[in-house]
Design a protein around this ligand. Structure first.
Ligand code: SF4
Ligand code: SF4
Ligand code: SF4
Length: 333
């Protein structure tokens, strides 16, 4: 049977040989056996480095909106297309960026991969500790068989239930099959329903106002304002973020609770109806702050009030650019 990785290389080579591409953004091996790093392939030889494994966590669509590729955005001059590898959740960022007229659909060649779930290496580290496996152990293979990962670690096979080590988003994934693609790798999978996707948010909602305030105060006092959560987000694409403006200064650079809160509330509101739930912001945070909870709460509100999910239909209007007379309007004076 042809592996996903072989198919990915085969399709990428076909694309790069037949289209005028600037590059294809995919994944290659990282600094150790658990790490994967983004890869920009310009030639057939570069494509030989492409991999796809349960450790391919990065949402590569962020490279379409950050300075590296900014010549490429709608209205700019770059004529060549960009190829990009996306999982289901990543593809929602592309849909959202197309809806917002930031990226033109015909400027992309999208290689979609049907995804089985991605390992959260922080959860894996905890599990390895429980199993008394050294954190620098060498992983030589990772395979998903039904609901278990079989890893070959330092020459031994170890089974770990998938649910225990994948990202939280993967345990309630509704879109394992990319929603937009030119080439699809893997058999499309339809998910009819997922178990309680907002359990974590409901838990927070059940706390009293004071308990919630104390919880967030404690979380955001840890924030060092490195802005990794903002920089990794494919939908945080303002050229100059209000948090970094120096004339005038809205939020000072040094971290402190009040301005940390100001930054996070501002960022969450800017993502209302737009966040596509890739959870990259949380993965990037060096302080383990559950930043995604804020945008997930807004996602839940938007779903309940407007029956709207971001990043689903490239032809639909973004939530904040559309109006339906039946929209709830109690908040309008
Ligand atoms: S949320 Fe779905 S598509 Fe995204 S990494 Fe997890 S399983 Fe894959
Ligand atoms: S990544 Fe974490 S520490 Fe850095 S600004 Fe965001 S919340 Fe704060
Ligand atoms: S706010 Fe977080 S979860 Fe939402 S799109 Fe940005 S990085 Fe992804």
């Amino acid at each position: 049977m042809v592996s996903i990785e072989d198919k990915l290389r085969e399709e990428s080579k076909k694309i790069i040989s037949t289209s005028d591409l600037k590059y294809i953004i995919g994944y290659e091996k990282g600094s150790d056996s658990l790490r994967v790093t983004p890869s920009f392939a310009k030639s057939l030889e570069d494509i030989d480095k492409f991999i796809f494994s349960p450790f391919c966590s990065n949402n590569l669509t962020v490279y379409l909106t950050k300075p590296l590729t900014e010549r490429f955005i709608v209205g700019k001059e770059e004529k060549r297309k960009i190829g990009i590898v996306v999982k289901g959740c990543d593809s929602r960022a592309l849909v959202q960026l197309i809806q917002e007229n930031i990226i033109a659909r015909d400027s992309l060649v999208i290689i979609g991969i049907v995804c089985e779930g991605i390992v959260d290496i922080r959860k894996l580290a905890v599990k390895l500790k429980e199993l008394k496996i050294h954190e620098n152990a060498k992983f030589s293979s990772a395979e998903l068989v039904e609901d278990k990962f079989i890893f070959e670690i330092d020459g031994k096979k170890i089974n770990i239930p998938k649910q225990e080590i994948v990202f939280d988003k993967c345990n309630s994934c509704k879109y394992p099959t990319p929603l937009i693609y030119d080439v699809l790798i893997g058999e499309p999978k339809k998910v009819e329903s997922v178990e309680e996707p907002y359990e974590d948010i409901k838990k927070l909602e059940s706390l009293s106002l004071e308990e919630r305030w104390n919880y967030w105060k404690q979380q955001f006092s840890k924030c060092i304002r490195c802005y990794a959560c903002k920089n990794i987000c494919p939908l945080c694409y303002c050229k100059e973020c209000i948090a970094e403006k120096t004339t005038p200064v809205w939020i000072r650079a040094s971290p402190n609770l009040q301005e940390n809160l100001q930054f996070h509330l501002m960022r969450a509101l800017h993502l209302a109806g737009r966040c596509i739930g890739c959870e990259e912001c949380e993965r990037a945070c060096p302080m383990n702050i559950p930043v995604r909870a804020l945008t997930k709460k807004l996602e839940k509100e938007v779903l309940e009030m407007f029956n709207y999910e971001a990043g689903i239909d490239p032809k639909a209007k973004p939530l904040l650019a559309s109006f339906d007379p039946k929209d709830p309007a109690e908040f309008i004076m």
